[in-house]
Design a protein around this ligand. Structure first.
Ligand code: PHE
Ligand code: ZN
Length: 889
């Protein structure tokens, strides 16, 4: 759709469809230039709706004929819809024949060509780009699909469900017929026609059934599929063990494709994956890549129940499947990580992600509730609010009803709704009904404000110890900020997991609230239901520091009112690793914010001492140390200020890092030496933590060396870069050189490119690393512009486009926000260029400037001007137009 003014679709306008489609019989004659689609639909009138013509969605289709019960009928086109005067009969068969041109489909939605093969992507509204349909998730049908195509070009023909027939055809062609017994919405339809090979594995589920798992990739990539297969097997085992949810299919297929807009897609029985989340070997993928694969494979697999068996009634309910499935994949990764401290590291990483992307979203023009109220382009609502905040909402339910209670709630949810298309309310109701005495059930309406209100609540806490009375009084209050489209906010239910830590002893104190007969342990969850609440702890034997929001028990901004001294107590003694980490981050953040007005920072000895203590603490995990020793990102620091000067933030943070590099120089050298992995590469937490800390240490050592003119550490880093036996170490060493602007960075980059020029996923890293390097004198921005012209760069491949554009605009504020507005000009040109190719990708990139109002001058005016320039165009896609116009509202 090339029109900026698509109508606003509202949640409250939901009506069930006028017709149901019960059966779909599709036959596709596959050809990249022209594919013929023949569809035969068994349709039933929905008695709950008044009689009306049948209106089918269709986009970029070439219609050949329409038959109703074998007879030709009259039809017309009305605003992108095919309108057919349906017969009076309650049930009829509609036959449609149309053609499409996959090789011209650069949107990567619908049926498209990638590297000689044909692939589909139907969520959210891609099926209408294949044939006319009631393309909405509450219309569920049983599909039978016949694929026909050239046997040489497309030796593999796949669709959902089970293969029921296959054979030869004339002219070097062949066919395959697939049947999926589960009724499904059109967004879960998929097909693949390509020249692929598969890794296969049989698994037996607890019921004694055998299932075939297959991972399809291009020839030559098979040796990079072992980790994905292991992750898939682990996912099958985990979902059965943790939630009693078995694999319900005879075969489960994953297909990797180079050109893909998102991470992966949970089509029933036939998941399509971005190659980034399938292919990995020690030589080409980092520890983070291995973790990403495990989590995305898990995520898509878990959708088979949460998303596919029970799906969404309408797209406003997207978080029903996404929030819940992200929660599930987070739990899976934690369970796989093993030790308590490895779990905590996972949790910290998840919270970092939430705060980096969702908190800013919730404070900007795109702020929307987890269950949005209105949209123009649904593609724009695959957001971190729906995904990550949605997962936090599910996590709060889990916290409120406990692990067992949550499992009971899940069973009730499936008992009630299996096979249906439902709402977020249905989910919350099931969890509450299974736990009638829980704080969740008692306050369900209040809790559900998490679904309806946008914005990050501000929680403030003030504590007071009374020596004479041996009491500790904690006063909590919440403020729910005004956000886009929501002026009036009500208090939300906030679970505050907490404990009290003795100021002198460092001990966890027993917790007994006023009116309670006895203490109940040293950790508990306070349930806040009002704007302001007071909790009085009695029998508190020593002055203490409250440890609040342990494990990040609610997605709020916490003003804890603590002093540096308090934070040092928590950093040293708190039993909760999350709060411990957070205390260190707040110590750093406080210093950065204090330094912002002047732009100069001089690190104090207590802070340096605390950081050294962390680094040297033998009881802490290396992975935890790495997270704790990296100061808050520039983006996060910027979030804490009202008028952001990205250059100032950059300068101050760089100065902090530089000082930590200098003053802990010997400690970094010690850490580097101490954390070498001697055994063979395995992508497991105990190895990856060491690699992460060693890489951080190396980066600090090289930084300090470059600053002081010393050449030893850069030389060592270069050597390590050359000799590395795995990508994590190789990239770490390369990054140390590049980020420090060392002279050896250029030859290292060149060598890296030569080594990996045939590995697309590694080339993405090469682009990204350069686009994300800390800016110095405009060099990084200049280099990014240069890279745009590199023969390996293309906007046509989403991973490649992201590796340069998103890396610069979202993750390198100081390179992007320039006083000369060069970054904004670059942004505006790319948005327009990309929009003509791939609107979904363009609208994501467009969001890089949606918070222009938050900037200080001269950035603010310049950014606004760039946004206005894009807004003035009349040829924007509705995806991009929605983002741009919201940004200007
Ligand atoms: N549903 C996919 C997921 O989260 C994401 C996706 C959305 C993929 C839209 C493609 C298109 O698992
Ligand atoms: Zn998902």
């Amino acid at each position: 759709m090339r029109e900026g003014t698509a109508p606003l679709i509202r949640r409250e306008d939901y009506l069930s469809p006028a017709y149901w489609i019960r059966q779909v019989d599709l036959t596709l004659d596959l050809d990249a230039a022209k594919t013929i689609v023949a569809s035969k639909l068994t349709i039933e009138r929905n008695g709950q709706q008044p009689a009306q013509p049948l209106r089918l969605h269709g986009e970029d289709l070439n219609l050949l004929r329409v038959l109703v019960d074998g007879q030709s009928v009259s039809f017309r086109h009305e605003d992108d819809m095919l309108v057919i005067d349906a017969p009076a009969a309650d049930q009829f068969v509609l036959e449609i024949r149309n053609t499409i041109a996959p090789e011209k489909n650069t949107h990567l939605s619908g049926l498209y060509a990638s590297g000689g093969g044909l692939y589909t992507q139907c969520e959210a509204e891609g099926f209408r780009r294949i044939t006319y349909f009631l393309d909405r998730p509450d219309v569920m049908a049983v599909y039978t699909v016949t694929l026909r195509g050239d046997k040489k070009k497309y030796p593999v023909l796949l669709s959902n469900g089970n293969l029921v027939e296959q054979g030869e055809l004339d002219g070097g062609r062949h066919f395959a017929k697939w049947h999926d017994p589960f009724p499904k919405p059109s967004y879960l339809f998929a097909l693949v026609a390509a020249d692929l090979v598969a890794r296969e594995q049989w698994v037996r589920t607890r019921g004694g059934k055998d299932h075939l798992l297959q991972i399809f990739v291009k020839r030559g990539d098979l040796d990079k599929t072992e980790h994905a297969m292991n992750s898939l097997i682990a996912s099958v085992v985990w979902d059965e063990a943790r939630f009693n949810l078995p694999l319900d299919l005879e075969r489960f297929m994953i297909v990797a494709v180079d050109d893909f807009n998102m991470g992966a897609m949970e089509n029933k029985g036939l998941n399509l994956f971005n190659t980034k989340y399938v292919l990995a070997s020690a030589a080409t993928a980092t520890d983070a890549d291995f973790d990403g694969i495990e989590s995305v494979v898990g995520h898509e697999y878990f959708h088979n129940w949460t998303g596919n068996r029970i799906t969404c009634r309408d797209w406003f309910q997207l978080s029903l499947k996404e929030g819940l499935t992200v929660f599930r994949d987070q739990e899976f990764s934690m369970d796989m990580a093993g030790s308590a401290s490895a779990r905590a590291v996972c949790r910290i990483a998840d919270v970092l992600r939430l705060r980096e992307s969702q908190f800013p979203e919730d404070a900007g023009p795109m702020a929307h509730p987890v269950r949005p109220d209105a949209y123009q382009a649904i593609d724009n609502f695959y957001t971190s609010t729906v995904y990550e905040k949605g997962a936090e909402v599910v996590r709060m339910m889990h916290t409120l009803v406990g692990r067992e209670g949550f499992a009971k709630g899940m069973s009730l949810y499936f008992q009630r709704h299996d096979g249906q298309a439902v709402t977020c309310d249905d989910f919350a109701q099931a969890i509450a009904d299974a736990n009638p005495d829980s704080a969740l059930a008692v306050n369900l309406a209040l809790f559900k404000r998490w679904y309806s209100q946008s914005g990050t609540p501000h929680l403030s806490a003030r504590g007071q110890y009374d020596t004479a009375a041996s009491t500790f009084t904690l006063e909590l209050s919440q403020a729910n900020p005004v956000t886009a489209a929501q002026p009036n906010k009500l208090p939300q239910l906030i679970p505050v997991a907490m404990g009290l830590v003795g100021r002198h002893s460092g001990q966890a104190l027993a917790l007994q609230l006023e009116g309670e007969a006895a203490p109940s342990g040293s950790h508990r969850v306070l349930v806040m239901t009002e704007a302001t609440q007071r909790f009085v702890f009695t029998h508190v034997t020593e002055d203490c520091v409250p440890s609040l929001l342990r494990g990040f028990s609610a997605p709020v901004l916490l003003d804890d009112g603590l002093t540096d001294a308090d934070r040092l107590v928590l950093l040293a003694h708190d039993s909760d690793p999350f709060t411990r980490w957070e205390s260190g981050q707040k110590l750093a953040l406080g210093r950065l914010l204090t330094a912002l007005p002047t732009g100069t920072l001089e690190l104090d000895e207590p802070f340096v001492h605390a950081m050294r203590g962390l680094l040297r603490d033998p009881s802490l995990d290396p992975a935890f140390k790495e997270l704790a020793l990296v100061p808050p990102s520039e983006g996060y620091v910027a979030e804490q200020t009202t008028e952001v000067d990205p250059q100032r933030v950059h300068a101050v943070r760089e100065s902090m890092v530089q000082q930590l590099a200098a003053r802990l120089n010997e400690d970094w050298a010690w850490a580097f030496a101490e954390h070498q992995v001697r055994e063979g590469y395995r992508p497991v937490a105990e190895q990856s933590g060491k690699r992460a800390l060693a890489n951080l240490a190396l980066a600090m050592l090289v930084r300090h060396a470059v600053a002081t003119g010393d050449t030893v550490w850069p030389g060592r880093a270069y050597q390590r870069f050359k000799d590395a036996s795995n990508m994590t170490d190789r990239l770490g060493a390369l990054q140390a050189l590049v980020n420090a602007h060392a002279e050896l960075a250029a030859p290292a980059l060149e060598r890296f490119h030569a080594l990996f020029r045939h590995e697309p996923l590694v080339l993405d890293k090469w682009f990204m690393l350069q686009a994300r390097a800390p800016e110095r004198d405009g060099r990084v921005f200049a280099q990014a512009k240069q890279l745009l012209k590199h023969p390996d760069f293309t906007l046509g491949n989403p991973n490649r486009a992201r590796s340069l554009l998103m890396a610069l605009a979202f993750f390198n504020p100081a390179a992007f926000h320039r006083a000369d507005a060069g970054g904004y000009v670059f942004w505006a040109e790319r948005v327009v260029e990309l929009d003509a190719i791939n609107p979904q990708l363009a609208s994501r990139f467009a969001r890089a400037l949606d918070r222009w109002r938050h900037l200080a001058e001269p950035y603010r005016s310049a950014a606004r001007e760039a946004v206005a320039r894009v807004a003035a165009r009349t040829d924007l896609s509705s995806d991009t137009a929605e983002i741009i116009h919201r940004a200007l509202q």
